[in-house]
Design a protein around this ligand. Structure first.
Ligand SMILES: *Cc1c(COP(=O)(O)O)cnc(C)c1O
Length: 450
């Protein structure tokens, strides 16, 4: 198994050929099958004698891969798609072949150095101090949880008398915030958004003060603002929330898993004013920063606070504790980690940041054009002007059943992948446009079926 035999060499050719073909040519959308259908096609793949490399790979190419939707397809507009650059994908092959350990400086100094420069780019775009830093974690869910755990750890030291911890967020906040609250066994205070559906400073301040007044012993230790909600791309008023949080000694966390990618787009950068006040932030390069799964950049204003909360201590780890070395494991809930920020770093280093801004502006322009087309479409109603690249709308007269039927058919016909969502209890459709390869013609092809 660990010898590079001629058989391995032959498989290597096949694997590289397939990988290059997958990168070069438009992949079909494909789609899921039932477990029964897959068993029918694949059978039991784990056997004492093994299938052999060639046959196992053929099974993947001919059966399994076809039962996975290509998330980088230009007409995959559901949820938040992925749109890794060619360079990022290629470099993921290198990372996969290199047995890099990304948890400690001792073992992965070169990788950690590069990842940290990529994090620095984001941190600088946000206007955080030079002392800011963090780590690439698996996803936004882990990023949000790790940030909130660090925030509470810090608050516990400062406010030992507190009996119940509380995190505040808007009702539009991502589901991972409620999940983090459940895991941490803390309360979640949902604050009402304004008429623009964004969280405001004043409304947040009164909700927080009223909560504290009526809940002695409880303390709101963190407020989460969302910089680009998943459903509609709404950006909370970061400057206002940052200010009211600071005045109350509350940790200001910004969940920008999707939206903060647009920090590098000059046309929308002002929407994020106030981000420089964040105590922590996240953004997923696997969403709108053209990196493959899975990578979330988690950045702290003061990484020392996170390190105190997250460093694992054990005799077999003592040798890693050098004050001057940056160990990515110390900044989130994890120990062993893949150097998952490297594909993003490589693409960013190779292309330069200007190309990132340009690609980002391209997706924003397609989103704007899409909104214009929908606004004048006879059967469609635009929900709101897109601030970022999520365009939400309704089809006049349709129920959820109609949307679901349409969505299923769209995928069955291999035209596109768009799933219904809802807003204030009403079914809606949304296009999440993060792929520079998504052209207005792709949008038109989908709209033609409505
Ligand atoms: C996607 C998303 C998350 C969760 O990120 P994962 O990488 O899927 O775990 C959190 N917050 C927002 C706003 C998101 O869009």
């Amino acid at each position: 198994m660990h010898e590079f035999t001629p058989e391995v060499e032959a498989l290597a050719q096949e694997v590289l050929e397939y990988s290059l073909m997958r990168l070069k040519t438009d992949p079909p959308l494909d789609g899921p099958k039932t477990p029964e259908e897959l068993f029918e096609l694949a059978g039991n793949t784990i056997t004492p004698a093994g299938l052999g490399g060639h046959d196992a790979f053929a099974l993947f190419k001919d059966v399994l891969a076809l039962a996975c939707i290509s998330t980088d397809h230009p007409r995959y507009l559901a949820f938040i798609p992925s749109a890794p650059s060619e360079y990022a994908n290629l470099f993921d092959l290198v990372v996969g072949a290199s047995a890099l350990y990304g948890g400690s400086w001792l073992e992965g100094a070169g990788a950690v150095f590069a990842e940290n420069q990529a994090l620095r780019w984001i941190s600088d775009l946000a206007g955080l101090p030079q002392s800011a830093g963090g780590v690439f974690v698996q996803g936004g869910t882990n990023g949000n949880l790790s940030a909130l755990v660090a925030a509470r750890y810090h608050a516990r030291k400062k406010y030992p008398e507190v009996t119940r911890w509380v995190v505040a967020a808007s009702a539009e906040a991502h589901s991972s915030i409620a999940s983090a609250a459940a895991i941490m066994d803390i309360e979640l205070l949902l604050i009402e958004a304004g008429a623009d559906e964004a969280l405001h400073g004043e409304m947040s301040a009164s909700a927080i003060d009223a909560y504290h007044a009526s809940h002695p012993g409880h303390r709101i230790f963190a407020i989460v603002a969302t910089a680009g909600t998943t459903n509609l791309g709404i950006i909370d008023h970061l400057d206002e929330i940052g200010a009211i949080a600071k005045a109350r000694d509350i940790w200001f966390h910004v969940d920008g898993a999707y939206g903060l990618a647009a920090l590098c787009a000059p046309s929308v950068r002002p929407l994020f004013n106030g981000i420089e006040l964040a105590d922590s932030l996240i953004v997923d390069p696997h969403k709108w920063l053209f990196a493959p799964f899975d990578a979330c950049a988690l950045i702290y204003r003061n990484p020392e606070l996170a390190k105190a909360a997250h460093t694992q201590k054990a005799s077999y780890l003592d040798t890693l504790e050098d004050e001057n070395e940056w160990n990515p494991s110390d900044y989130a809930i994890h120990l062993t980690r893949r150097a998952r920020g490297l594909p993003f770093w490589f693409s960013l280093a190779a292309h330069g940041t200007n190309e990132y801004s340009a690609a980002m502006e391209e997706t924003l322009a397609v989103a704007k054009k899409t909104a214009e087309i929908i606004r004048t479409h006879p059967h469609l109603t635009l929900l709101r002007d897109p601030k970022l690249s999520v365009v939400a709308f309704t089809r006049n007269g349709w129920t959820m059943a109609d949307y679901t039927r349409w969505s299923d058919q769209l995928l069955a016909d291999q035209i596109g992948f768009v799933t219904p969502s809802s807003h204030h209890g009403q079914p809606i459709l949304r296009f999440a446009i993060v792929n520079p390869w998504t052209k207005i013609e792709d949008i038109q092809a989908i709209l033609a079926t409505l």
